[in-house]
Design a binder for this molecule. Structure first.
Ligand SMILES: Cc1ncc(COP(=O)(O)O)c(C=O)c1O
Length: 504
C-alpha cells in the first residue's frame, strides 16, 4: 500500500481507519479472506483507483438493482462463466444472496429443509421470511482418517431423501457446500433425488466460488452438479472486495419454471441497498474475468504449493492430501485445515495459532483442535515458505504431557457435533417471533439462562454456525456446553460479557 498516506490528526482520532491503515502497513501474512490478498491479485493501479470508480447510478454506469446496460452485460458474462442461466451481482455478501434466494424459492411462510450446520445467515433469512424450518440430519462422514479435518458431517442423498419423506410438504432443500472446512455434500446424487421428488435444490456455496474454474480438479460446483440455484461469496475465495457475491439461477431451473429470473428484479431491491457499491460489483466483474483467463492455472499452482507444504510439514502436523487415488472429491483441497497427526497432541493447536500470529501470520480461524487457513489463489511461493518456516519453529508438543487436555477437547468436540447434528428443532416461539415480534426481552447471565428461550442466535464465530437458534430453549446441557466453549476461548456471538438475551 501507499506508505505516504497522511497520519490521522491525533487530536481528532479516526480509530477504525487508523487501525486498518496500521494493519495494512504491518506486512502481516494473510491466510484469510478476502481472496484479493490486499489487492495483490489485481492489475497494477486498480487498488489505488477504487475511490475514483465509486460513483452513483449515472447514464454510463447502469443500475445494479435494475440492470439494463453495462451491469447487465457483466451479469450475462458472469452467467456464462459460471454455467448459470441467470446471474446477479450483489454487494451485501451471501447473507443478502440467501435472503433473496429464500424469498424467491420458498417465499414467506413456506417450508425449507435445512441442516443445523447452516450459517446464521440462513436462520436469519428464514426468520425474516417466516419460513418454517424442517430439519435435515446429515450423516456423510469422511473416511475415519479424514473426518478429524472437519467438525461435522456433510449431507448424503440418503439423508435428503429420508428427511424429504419425513416432511412431505417441504418442497425446497438448502445445503451448505463446501462448508467452512471444505467438506462437500453429495450434490449430484442429491440434485437427482430432489428433482425426482419435484422439489428444488438451493446451495449456499459461499465458500465455493472458485470451484467452477477447475472442473475435475476441484469438486463439482453446485450448478454443474445440478443444483437449481446457488449463492457464492466472491470475497471468500476469489479476488473480490468484501461484500461481493453472486446469485446464480441454473439453466434447467429456469427452463422448467422452478425458478423465475424476472422475480429477482422485484426482490433484490427489497433486501439490497438502493446504493449498491460499484467498486464491489466491479471487483466481481474483474474476478470473473481473471478466473476465466487464469483461474485454472492459479488453482493448479496453489495445489502444487499445498502439496509442497504437506510434504514439508513438521512430522507432528497433518493436512489433507489434494487427492487420494480415484476417490471422488469429497472436499475442497484448497481449504487448508491443519491438525495434529497424533490425537494426543491436538491440544497444541490453539498454541500453534498464537505462535503463527506472533510470527505475523494471520489465519482464518482456529477451532478447538484444528486451524483453518484460506490460501488466496494468488498466494506467492515466498508466503508458503514463510508459513512452513513458522510451523517448523513451533516446538514439537509432548504427546504424553498433552494427552489429558487433548482428550478433553475431543470430548468437547463430540458434544459440539451432538449439539449440531443429533439435536432436533424445537422452538418455544418461532425464530421470526423470537427475533422480531414486539415483546419483552431480558438480559441474564448465561449461567442462569437454563429453561429460558433465546431471543437471538448463539453462534460460535467463525464458523458462524448457530448452536442455539432464536426461540429455542436453553437447556442445562446447552448452557453448560456454551460455557465450556467460552472457557476454551471460542467466541460466541450473542453472548456479551457473559450475558444472553432471552424472552421474558
Ligand atoms: C457457509 C456460509 N454461508 C454464508 C455466509 C455469509 O457470507 P457473507 O459474509 O458473504 O455474507 C458465510 C460467511 O462466513 C458462510 O460461511
Amino acid at each position: 500500500m501507499d506508505t505516504n498516506l497522511p497520519e490521522p490528526a491525533e487530536q481528532l482520532p479516526t480509530p477504525l481507519l487508523s487501525a486498518l491503515l496500521k494493519h495494512a502497513r504491518s506486512g502481516r501474512q494473510r491466510w484469510h479472506m478476502p481472496g484479493h490478498l490486499g489487492g495483490l491479485a489485481w492489475p497494477a493501479g486498480l487498488a489505488e483507483n477504487l475511490a475514483a470508480i465509486d460513483v452513483t447510478e449515472l447514464p454510463g454506469t447502469d443500475d445494479l438493482n435494475h440492470p439494463a446496460g453495462v451491469a447487465q452485460q457483466a451479469m450475462e458474462l458472469a452467467a456464462a462463466a459460471f454455467g448459470a442461466g441467470h446471474s446477479r451481482l450483489l454487494t451485501g455478501g451471501s447473507t443478502l444472496g440467501l435472503q433473496v434466494l429464500l424469498a424467491l424459492a420458498v417465499g414467506r411462510g413456506g417450508s425449507l429443509l435445512v441442516s443445523r450446520t447452516c450459517h446464521q445467515a440462513v436462520v436469519h433469512a428464514a426468520a425474516l421470511l417466516d419460513i418454517q424450518l424442517c430439519l435435515l440430519t446429515q450423516t456423510g462422514e469422511l473416511p475415519p482418517d479424514l473426518s478429524r479435518f472437519s467438525l461435522f458431517p456433510q449431507a448424503t442423498a440418503a439423508d435428503v431423501i429420508r428427511d424429504l419423506e419425513r416432511h412431505p410438504r417441504c418442497r425446497t432443500v438448502l445445503l451448505t457446500s463446501p462448508d467452512y472446512y471444505g467438506s462437500c455434500a453429495e450434490l449430484a446424487a442429491i440434485a437427482e433425488a430432489v428433482h425426482a421428488r419435484g422439489a428444488c435444490l438451493l446451495v449456499d456455496e459461499a465458500h465455493g466460488a472458485h470451484l467452477a474454474f477447475a472442473p475435475g480438479v476441484l469438486p463439482a460446483a453446485a450448478l454443474a452438479a445440478g443444483a437449481d440455484a446457488c449463492v457464492q461469496s466472491g470475497h471468500k475465495t476469489l479476488p473480490v472486495l468484501t461484500g461481493g457475491a453472486w446469485l446464480h439461477l441454473g439453466r434447467e431451473a429456469l427452463a422448467s419454471g422452478r425458478l423465475d429470473a424476472a422475480a429477482l428484479t422485484r426482490l433484490i431491491p427489497v433486501f439490497q441497498t438502493s446504493s449498491p457499491s460499484f467498486p464491489i460489483a466491479a471487483s466481481l466483474d474483474l474476478a470473473r474475468q481473471l478466473m476465466a483467463l487464469t483461474g485454472s492455472r492459479q488453482i493448479r499452482l496453489q495445489l502444487e504449493h499445498l502439496e509442497w507444504l504437506r510434504q514439508s510439514l513438521p512430522d507432528w502436523l497433518a493436512c489433507l492430501p489434494s487427492r487420494r487415488g480415484a476417490e471422488p472429491l469429497a472436499r475442497d483441497p484448497l481449504r487448508l485445515v491443519l491438525t495434529a497427526r497424533d490425537s494426543r497432541q491436538v491440544a497444541a493447536m490453539p498454541a500453534l495459532a498464537r505462535h503463527l500470529s506472533a510470527d505475523g501470520i494471520d489465519i482464518e480461524f482456529a477451532d478447538l483442535t484444528r486451524l483453518v487457513l484460506i490460501p488466496s489463489l494468488w498466494q506467492s511461493s515466498a508466503n508458503w515458505q514463510l508459513l512452513s518456516d513458522s510451523l517448523h519453529r513451533f516446538p514439537v508438543p509432548s504427546a504424553g504431557g498433552l494427552a489429558d487436555a487433548s482428550s478433553q477437547l475431543q470430548e468437547l468436540e463430540t458434544r459440539w457435533l451432538r449439539q449440531l447434528d443429533k439435536t432436533g428443532l424445537s422452538f418455544r416461539v418461532s425464530p421470526g417471533d423470537a427475533l422480531l415480534a414486539p415483546g419483552v426481552r431480558a438480559s441474564c447471565r448465561l449461567e442462569t439462562a437454563a429453561g429460558r428461550a433465546a431471543a437471538q442466535a448463539l453462534v460460535p464465530y467463525p464458523p458462524g454456525i448457530p448452536l442455539v437458534w432464536p426461540g429455542e430453549v436453553l437447556t442445562p446441557d446447552r448452557v453448560d456446553f456454551l460455557r465450556r466453549l467460552l472457557d476454551n476461548n471460542i467466541s460466541i456471538n450473542g453472548i456479551d460479557a457473559g450475558n444472553v438475551q432471552v424472552l421474558a
